[in-house]
Write a protein that binds this ligand. Structure first.
Ligand code: RP5
Length: 163
């Protein structure tokens, strides 16, 4: 069986989602959290999704970030096949600007949760931070790095409109 040392899996429906999902990877890099990224489509590669989701926990993953656009079934289908927390990122679509992605991901039936983030880059970045926050519950070193990250973010916001 394949195993990983990376606690976070970033999966996405298409290579075209990577410019968005890279923001999750960047946030994890900044916080010193390892990740693996894979293209897994709920519609085009359903067998790959089944194999990934049903073995994700045994593989060693702790959190899954799943991004998709349009009829975005990837996060929900992944959540239906794993006990791991799934963070869903609605990728901005061309036709409906991601509103379709958002509604596809957020309206899960009771009992199968997907923690749904904002549409696009902000959602991907926040998914990375949220994954780190979940992992930090049992990792003091990471908790310290997160605190420093949040403090630096606050300090970077100037109260005046001019220098
Ligand atoms: C979804 O369809 C993907 O997640 C992507 O956001 C969208 C378009 O995919 P491509 O046609 O660019 O491969 O499955």
């Amino acid at each position: 069986m394949t195993t990983t040392t990376a606690p976070v899996a970033i999966i996405m429906g298409s290579r075209s989602d990577w410019p968005t999902m890279k923001h999750a990877a960047d946030a994890l890099d900044r916080l010193g959290v390892a990740w693996d990224a894979r293209v897994i489509s709920a519609h085009r590669t359903p067998a790959r999704l089944f194999d990934f989701a049903t073995t994700a926990r045994a593989t060693g993953y702790k959190v899954i970030i799943a991004g998709a656009g349009g009829a975005a079934h990837l996060p929900g289908m992944a959540a239906s096949m794993t006990p791991l927390p799934v963070l869903g990122v609605p990728v901005q679509s061309k036709a409906l600007k991601g509103l379709d992605s958002l509604l596809s991901i957020v309206q899960m039936p009771g009992g199968v949760p997907v923690a749904t983030l904002a549409i696009g880059e902000a959602g991907a970045k926040n998914a990375g931070i949220l994954a780190a926050q979940i992992l930090a519950l049992s990792d003091e070193g990471l908790a310290g790095r997160l605190e420093a990250f949040l403090e630096a973010q606050t300090e970077a916001v100037h109260e005046t409109v001019e220098d």
